[in-house]
Design a protein around this ligand. Sequence first.
Ligand SMILES: *Cc1c(COP(=O)(O)O)cnc(C)c1O
Length: 244
Amino acid sequence: MAAPYVVDGTDLRERLSCIQERIERACRRAGRSPEEITLIGVTKTFPVSLVQAAREAGLRHFGENRVQELVAKASVLPGQIDGGDITWHMIGHLQRNKAKDVVAHADWLHSLDNLRLAETLERRATMANRVLPCFVQVNVSGEATKFGLAPEAVHNFLDALAPFEHLEIVGLMTLAAPAEDPEAVRPQFRLLRRLAETYSPKRNPRVQLRYLSMGMSGDFEVAIEEGATHVRIGSALFGPRREA
Ligand SMILES: *Cc1c(COP(=O)(O)O)cnc(C)c1O
């Protein structure tokens, strides 16, 4: 048996079940089923041995914000697209010159936010003969440093994705502004949900906004109360990162 992976004095299994309990409690408050929620462990900056340990603890969804890091980890622990039993989510900003690697090794993309990127992804996905599930990233906080579309541009952008047959638009994604009190960002999550709910599927039948990717370590419970289906959790699961 592998040695337990200890983070801040606590076994990873315990940390995982603690997060799962918090997800369940948030679901109960909102009258939702925990089965609606996909927990994505964000492993950026951590070694692949941590991904392995989390997989052994039962986690199946992993997120990375840099393509190179995702590709390196997926070469050791393959995602579904490479025949593995875990799912790799590319959650960070994506440049067009890395689209090929994402199409080759990422199962899902959370950061589609411009048409030229969509065109490149479509071309690559066509060549690879696959469909790439994508979230459209929205900048709900209005911070200039954030990637993503302005909320008022989202519906027209979704319309414009109609020609891309190899991109499956599954939902909207956002990062809320950092806040001491997660209640402060509740309106941002609510705005993302409203943007999804008010998009008429008649405009582009290929767009099915079934999912909302929102909520991180500091605010995932509020995000779930506001309709999140995919929460992206790093530090609360794996401890603090040493960022470059
Ligand atoms: C790093 C990251 C997360 C996780 O952040 P934590 O606060 O550590 O949970 C979630 N989403 C994206 C896009 C990230 O880059």
